[in-house]
Write a protein that binds this ligand. Structure first.
Ligand SMILES: O=P(O)(O)OC[C@H]1O[C@H](OP(=O)(O)OP(=O)(O)O)[C@H](O)[C@@H]1O
Ligand SMILES: Nc1ncnc2[nH]cnc12
Length: 93
């Protein structure tokens, strides 16, 4: 993150492609806090719920498009679910 990217008191939406153990998002939350901002929500394309990354976020709202359980199959949320579902299936194979 660039110096000065976050202003004092700024509200931040943290976006990443994937949440697995949650360590990356957690580190992002702490970095934004150090810079004086406040992460108000996080968003990811894919969540691997078995790794319980959400728990590391301590109640921070997390929006995900695809919840990927196990090695096969997925459930899909969001307005573009058809496209995302097709894409996730191709990733899965
Ligand atoms: O929830 P976590 O267990 O922290 O994992 C999630 C992170 O893992 C991946 O990054 P990775 O470090 O694999 O490298 P990348 O940035 O090249 O994708 C992914 O892009 C997330 O940033
Ligand atoms: N468990 C995991 N599976 C796929 N990509 C990852 N990136 C970080 N952790 C991962």
């Amino acid at each position: 993150m660039h110096v000065g990217a976050v202003r004092q008191g700024q509200r931040v939406l943290l976006v990443d492609d994937l949440i697995a153990t949650g360590g990356t998002l957690r580190a992002g939350v702490e970095l934004v806090q150090k810079a004086g901002g406040k992460v108000v929500e996080a968003a990811c394309i894919i969540e691997l719920p078995e790794l319980k990354g959400r728990e590391k976020l301590e109640g921070l709202p997390l929006f995900v498009l695809v919840e990927k359980e196990g090695l096969r199959g997925c459930s899909v949320f969001g307005s573009r679910s058809a496209q995302v579902s097709g894409w996730a299936k191709s990733v899965d194979s």
